[in-house]
Design a protein around this ligand. Structure first.
Ligand code: NCD
Ligand code: ZN
Length: 338
């Protein structure tokens, strides 16, 4: 197949950052996606409706055709009143649950889910989705087991207590997560990088900081399970890039931060992954339908076309006064948006 026309897709998990760093980052996504779920883990986390609306304004000022769907960062201080405000705001669609210290800017996250129980109760009542970063962060847990342990120890209990809460397990990385999502009342996003790479890519010929993200890349058998889920046509699995830019200096450092910047070729990378298993016909559901359906939003009506043609990803992009290095920097990408 040389051309692939799809209903315009949406990105259901995206990091845009803020301030001077945002300008090039927003456009990398809005060139292709109509809407995106904007993650709230800024240096000062977005914890109130007021903050989220101010952040949204900054994003819209960069590209007014793009529709950012905002989220609040759930903390142990989030009030039930704030949840009522979310219910009444058409621009704020979900709350994000970060286990404390699980990832970039997550030190205000949840230490003990019982502390946020009244808030989860209110979210269940108002039918507001909870988006979960599913990793157990206790230091004795092996980093490759964090997702599996979180599902067993925390997620299972949350779903039991709140059987009607609408939950997305974000950026799933393991076959255990795939099975859990298939058998329980929740949905999941899957990134392009977890569909294309296994953990060998972190260590290929040396240590590769630009392949370090959280949850960390896993074994090949897990990648295979994710590919199968994404291309199965099961509407519980949909597109969320988790595109997470960091300055080159923060990645190439003594303590490299987590995050892979895929936005400049996000849909093209998903097409590559789907093509590997001869499932390009399943891309539209995954990229353009199932996420919108989950969030009870209308499906997009415009279309976009991808063409099978090789091009080179630039070696870097502007990131405020610094640079950001995208996935596949200086190497081949096999699909291009017309
Ligand atoms: C994300 C970031 O940098 O904000 N990093 C990542 O590796 N995915 C945070 C996150 O989603 O975990
Ligand atoms: Zn993320």
């Amino acid at each position: 197949m040389q051309h692939l026309t799809l209903t315009q897709p949406d990105d259901w998990h995206l990091h845009l950052r803020d301030g001077a760093n945002m300008a090039s980052i927003v456009k990398a996504t809005s060139r292709c996606f109509a809407r995106a779920i904007i993650m709230p883990n800024l240096k000062i986390p977005i914890t109130t409706v007021e903050q989220a609306l101010a952040y949204r304004k900054q994003i819209c000022a960069i590209d007014s055709r793009f529709n950012p769907l905002m989220t609040l960062y759930l903390t142990e201080n989030t009030s039930v009143d704030e949840i009522a405000k979310v219910k009444n705001s058409k621009h704020i669609v979900a709350l994000k649950y970060y286990p404390a210290n699980a990832t970039t800017n997550s030190d205000s996250g949840v230490k003990d889910w019982h502390q946020v129980s009244p808030v989860l109760e209110a979210m269940q009542e108002y039918d507001i989705p909870l988006l979960i970063h599913g990793e157990e962060t206790a230091p004795h847990i092996d980093i490759f087991d964090r997702e599996k342990v979180f599902i067993e120890k925390i997620l299972e209990r949350i779903l039991k207590h709140f059987p009607k809460l609408r939950v997305v397990l974000e950026h799933i990385t393991t076959k255990e997560a795939v099975e859990y999502v298939m058998n329980n009342n929740l949905a999941a996003t899957i990134t392009a990088h977890h569909l294309l790479m296994n953990r060998n890519e972190i260590f290929k010929g040396g240590l590769r900081p630009h392949h370090y993200c959280l949850p960390v890349l896993k074994r090949e058998e897990h990648r295979q399970a994710l590919l199968q889920a994404a291309t199965s046509g099961n509407p519980k699995f949909f597109l969320g890039t988790d595109s997470a830019p960091h300055a080159q200096s923060a990645k190439e450092s003594m303590c490299c931060c987590a995050g892979i910047y895929t936005a400049p070729a996000a849909l093209e990378l998903y097409a590559e992954a789907f093509e590997q298993v001869q499932a390009l016909d399943k891309l539209e559901g995954f990229a353009s339908f199932y996420g919108a359906d989950f969030y009870h939003l209308p499906r997009n009506t415009q279309t976009i076309t991808l063409e099978k043609r090789t091009w080179q990803m630039p070696t870097h992009f502007e990131f405020g006064e610094e640079k950001v290095i995208p996935l596949r920097a200086g190497t081949d990408i096999y699909w291009v948006q017309n």
